[in-house]
Design a protein around this ligand. Structure first.
Ligand code: CMP
Length: 147
């Protein structure tokens, strides 16, 4: 089993798409093991996006992600990192397949609905920015037998 970090961006909360987006992950069979709403601090945003520092979209990206509440979560499942990235689609909603979350609900690359870790290593780091280990709940889903 693998865990990955996901958060719904401020425009997703403003558009009242929280349930719609989370249901896509549940329907895929991923297990939510941590979930909360919060306002991302500038310090958290800088840590999360440190590899983009210096790029032209960096400052506007930080301003946007700290502009309003987000919903952060940790999802668990077999190959969760890859599975989640498949479900959300490519970074630019214009390039994302229509059946994906970004393909269906996103318009611009900055407000691309959702973020997900791109590797298990990044997932560990990103989880630690937003969650204390005590906030992660270890439990079984009866449906896990399907895997
Ligand atoms: P995310 O998955 O949160 O990871 C980095 C984010 O930077 C990405 O989604 C986009 O929202 C944003 N991003 C990447 N490339 C660009 C770009 N060319 N212009 C604006 N924003 C970008």
């Amino acid at each position: 089993m693998e865990r990955t970090f996901v958060y719904l961006k401020p425009n997703t909360i403003q558009r009242q798409l929280i349930g719609e987006v989370i249901s896509r992950f549940e329907r895929k069979g991923l297990k939510i093991v941590a979930l909360k709403m919060l306002k991302m601090t500038m310090e958290q945003a800088e840590k999360l996006y440190k590899e983009h520092k210096g790029k032209d979209f960096y400052e506007p990206l930080l301003k946007f992600v700290t502009s309003g509440p987000i919903v952060a979560m940790i999802l668990e499942g077999p190959r969760a990192v890859e599975v989640v990235r498949h479900v959300i689609g490519k970074t630019d909603p214009l390039e994302a397949n229509s059946g994906t979350i970004r393909g269906e609900f996103g318009v611009t690359i900055r407000k691309n609905i959702v973020h997900a870790s791109d590797s298990p290593e990044h997932a560990k780091h990103e989880m630690s920015i937003f969650f204390d280990t005590s906030e992660i709940v270890d439990y079984k889903l009866l449906l896990e037998e399907q895997f």
